[in-house]
Structures are given as C-alpha cells and as structure tokens.
Design a protein around this ligand. Structure first.
Ligand code: C2E
Ligand code: MG
Ligand code: MG
Ligand code: MG
Length: 285
C-alpha cells in the first residue's frame, strides 16, 4: 500500500505497520492501568547450589495477566515500559513485592536470596531522578528484609554508560549491604576491566552459552574460561538456562557453583515457590 505515492502524499504506515502501531498503542493503554488493576504478578525461579541441590535464592520474574490479552511475558512489555517511563513505578512495585516475599520466607525460617532484575534504561531513568537508591532504601526499611538477602541483577550495558555516576550509585547500593550481579554475562559489549572497577558479587553466564555446552567445544571453552576467571576474582557464578543433567554434569566439573533453569524448576507463582523451598530444606536434613 505504501506504493507509488504522489508528491506531497505522505503515507508512513503500511497496513502491517499500522496494525503493529495500533497493537503497541493498545498495549501502552493497557499497561498504564496494569499496576492499578493489580494485573502484574511475580513468578520465582530457584537458584540452586549444584553440588547439593539446595535452593540458595529465587529470581523474581514479572508476568502480566491482562483480561483482554491473556498472559503477557516480560520480553513483550518491558521495552514499552522503559520507553514510556512506566518502568519506574513498575520497577518499584517489583522490588517491593519481591522483598516482601523474601521477608516472608526469611520469617518462615527460609532465608534465601531474592534476585530482582533492573534493566538498563530502568537503571538510568531511576538514576536521573536519583530515585533508585531511595527506592531500595524505602523498600528495605518497609519490608525489614536483611539487605544481604537482596541481589540486584544488572546488565553489562549498565556498566558501559555514564561510568562515574553508575559507579557511585552501585557503590552506594553496595554500602547498604545489597548484592549486585551481572545478568546475561558474556552477551554485552563491555570490557572486562569493569569486573574489577565495579562492586560486583555474582556473574550469571548467559543461557546461550549453556544451551549447547555438551556438544559445542567453543561454548565449553567459554564457560570454562568464565568459571576460572570468576573463581580468581572471587565472584559467585550462576549458570542460566540449565535444562538437563548432562549440562549440569559439565558445570559441576567447572568452578561454577550455582545453576538456574528448567532442569530445577520453571519460574512459578509464590505459593509453588514456597513449596519448592520447604522441600529443599527438608532435603538438607
Ligand atoms: P533474565 O533476567 O535473563 O531471566 C531469565 C529468563 O530465562 C526468564 O525469562 C526465564 O523464564 C528464562 N529461563 C529460565 N530457565 C530457563 C531454561 O532452562 N531455558 C530457557 N530457554 N529459558 C529459561 P522471562 O521470565 O521471560 O524473562 C525474560 C527477561 O525479561 C529476563 O531475562 C529479564 O531480562 C526481563 N525481566 C523479567 N522480569 C523483569 C522485571 O521484573 N524487571 C525487569 N526490568 N526486567 C525483567
Ligand atoms: Mg535476570
Ligand atoms: Mg539472564
Ligand atoms: Mg536479561
């Protein structure tokens, strides 16, 4: 349809683009109400110590249950939330909800870590408004969660922009006792020098390296190298996307102590996560 348009006859959208744009507008309209309507939900996925199978943490992963659209996954709306700025209130909600849950587990005698994702644009939007630290402080105070049970998952891209302010912010967060991990490690374009510049606790090897670890010699080499490096730098290492026993066997032979993935459990609602935790604790005795 965008064919042969006469002069001064601007037609920006093909029908396909138009419907994509309409879908986007609809999504935005619904997302603006999602928080008020209580449509956002957190699921939790265990992070497991490989040598004994115990759960040491849970990653909080957002889902959106919309009456018209059904279950919407984060990859479909986090980008939009970032563009519209909605990521700020949504991010604060995620942090508060995850910390409340972790505090409940702590009080129930199951003091595990809670990992909360912070996207790049979310981090910088917060930072511009000097809000991030305030929100973290508020939430810790309100929920009474021990700070060392909170781990913020940031991406390599966060470590590449506005280095000085980012370093300040991360140092301040670190001073609260909160842990910092690098998500999807190995997929960004950042330099390795940030590993010593920033106050990091954990690296999460991206699942793309773990996927073919049993058959692909390059992936094995990469994971071995990352494991050795993390060990030397005294960083904890979590392998993402562990789906079967043979991947786990390889990882167990490396200095990779923790795993996360469908092999252990998919992300599940809080109730089910609590049951997994109780089971894990029983197994320990
Ligand atoms: P992520 O932080 O790297 O989270 C891991 C993703 O891998 C999750 O997808 C999880 O369901 C999936 N996963 C876990 N185990 C396996 C496995 O064994 N195999 C495979 N193929 N996938 C596995 P999900 O929940 O769709 O989240 C996608 C991304 O959305 C997350 O990637 C994170 O970057 C972002 N995200 C999720 N929740 C939040 C949030 O609350 N705030 C922000 N800013 N981003 C979020
Ligand atoms: Mg993550
Ligand atoms: Mg990841
Ligand atoms: Mg990610």
């Amino acid at each position: 349809h965008a064919k042969k348009l006469g002069k001064n006859n601007y037609q920006f959208f093909t029908p396909e683009m138009n419907s994509a744009a309409q879908h986007y507008l609809k999504l935005e309209h619904h997302l603006r109400q999602a928080l008020e309507l209580g449509e956002l939900v957190l699921h939790y996925q265990p992070q497991v110590k490989i040598d004994n199978g115990c759960i040491i943490g849970m990653e909080a992963l957002i889902r959106w249950h919309n009456h018209a659209m059904g279950i919407v996954m984060p990859d479909q709306f986090i980008g939009l939330a970032e563009e519209t700025g909605l990521i700020v209130p949504i991010g604060a909600w995620v942090l508060r909800t995850a910390c409340k849950q972790a505090r409940a587990w702590q009080l129930a005698g199951m003091p595990i870590r809670i990992a909360v994702n912070l996207s790049g644009r979310q981090f910088h939007r917060f930072q511009d408004q000097r809000q991030l630290l305030d929100v973290v402080l508020d939430v810790l105070k309100e929920t009474e969660l021990s700070p060392e049970l909170l781990e913020l998952e940031i991406t390599e891209s966060i470590l590449m922009h506005k280095l000085d302010t980012t370093l300040d912010t991360l140092n301040q967060i670190k001073q609260l006792g909160v842990r910092i991990s690098v998500d999807d490690f190995g997929t960004g374009y950042s330099s390795l020098s940030y590993l010593k510049r920033f106050p990091l606790d954990t690296l999460k090897i991206d699942k793309s390296f773990v996927k073919d670890i049993c058959t692909d010699a390059n992936d094995r080499a990469i994971v071995s190298a990352i494991s050795a490096m993390a060990g030397q730098l005294k960083l904890e290492l979590v392998a993402e996307g562990v789906e079967d026993q043979s991947q786990l066997d390889f990882l167990g032979g490396q200095q990779c102590n923790y795993g996360q993935g469908y092999f252990f459990s998919k992300p599940v609602p809080a109730e089910q996560a609590s049951a997994l935790l109780r089971q894990s604790l029983l197994g320990r005795q």
